[in-house]
Design a protein around this ligand. Structure first.
Ligand code: GLP
Length: 260
């Protein structure tokens, strides 16, 4: 896997925004087929989304021919709840860009049949011909989407139970009350993410440093699902310097030298 280390969260976030923009434009230059983009939520992507929105506003980029699939959504949280991933995505991206509403896909955590909703999501992804680029973040335990430790690396979109750690970490968005955090979510699987042609994962800040080091230098394991990126032909982990602090000095120097 490639590891890009930038001094600050700002530079790392902009690197990702520009990579996404470049990929959208590169496909548009050779085909009229839509670009299929996987998207994430959390505090990590906010600066990247702001840059994409800026580019759209400035006329440098368009999402008119982009189809997007979000990674995950809480189960049972009303769509209009400020912390639903539906609300998040509209606030930070969809309301600021020109992606047609019918191209936006987010799992419905209130669907009457959650398993059917997950199966339908996989079918919808397959019907597009597959995701061109999946942009993700990671949890402090190395989860991608909501693929908590011990998720199968072959997993597909499904209902998942959140770990106590994730509930505690995410309670910062729910008045710091873990009881208000939904205990389950719908999430694309590890194999859904790895099935994308390109995977770009952004990790920022010291709280991600241990999971990042384990994913890069440790074995590929279901205990840290982002480590599965080791098995992707076009996977890149983009870090700010604090997220790289637990890497061995030799790894750190190598990545800094090779991916300037
Ligand atoms: C949640 C999401 C993940 C996200 C993670 C990190 O668990 N399901 O997709 O990567 O939060 O959030 P943050 O970026 O706020 O650290």
């Amino acid at each position: 896997m490639k590891v890009i280390i930038r001094d600050h969260a700002e530079d790392a976030s902009l690197w990702v925004a520009h990579r996404i923009a470049e990929a959208i434009k590169a496909k548009a230059a050779v085909t009229s087929e839509p670009f299929v983009l996987g998207l994430c939520t959390g505090s990590t992507p906010i600066r990247t989304y702001a840059e994409l929105a800026r580019m759209v506003k400035a006329g440098e980029l368009s999402f008119r021919n982009v189809i997007s699939f979000n990674m995950d959504e809480y189960v049972g949280l009303p769509v209009e709840h400020p912390e639903s991933y539906h609300s998040f995505m509209h606030k930070y991206l969809f309301d600021l860009i020109d992606e047609p509403a019918e191209n936006i896909h987010i799992l419905d955590g209130n669907a009457p049949d959650l398993d059917a909703e997950c199966a339908k999501y996989e079918e919808a992804i397959a019907a597009t011909g597959g995701i061109d680029l999946f942009f993700g973040g990671i949890g402090e335990d190395g989860h991608i989407a909501f693929n908590e430790p011990f998720s199968s690396l072959q997993s597909r979109t499904r209902v998942v139970s959140l770990t106590e750690d994730t509930i505690r970490v995410n309670s910062r968005f729910f008045d710091n009350d873990p009881n208000l955090v939904p205990k389950q979510a719908l999430s694309v699987g590890v194999a859904t993410v790895l099935g994308s042609k390109e995977v770009v994962i952004l990790a920022l800040g010291p709280k991600k440093a241990r999971a990042v080091a384990a994913a890069i230098e440790g074995p590929m394991t279901h205990y840290n699902t982002v480590s599965s990126l080791q098995n992707h032909p076009d996977g890149v982990l983009v870090l700010d310097d604090p997220a790289a602090t637990e890497l061995r000095v030799s790894s750190y120097r190598y990545f800094r030298e090779v991916y300037k």
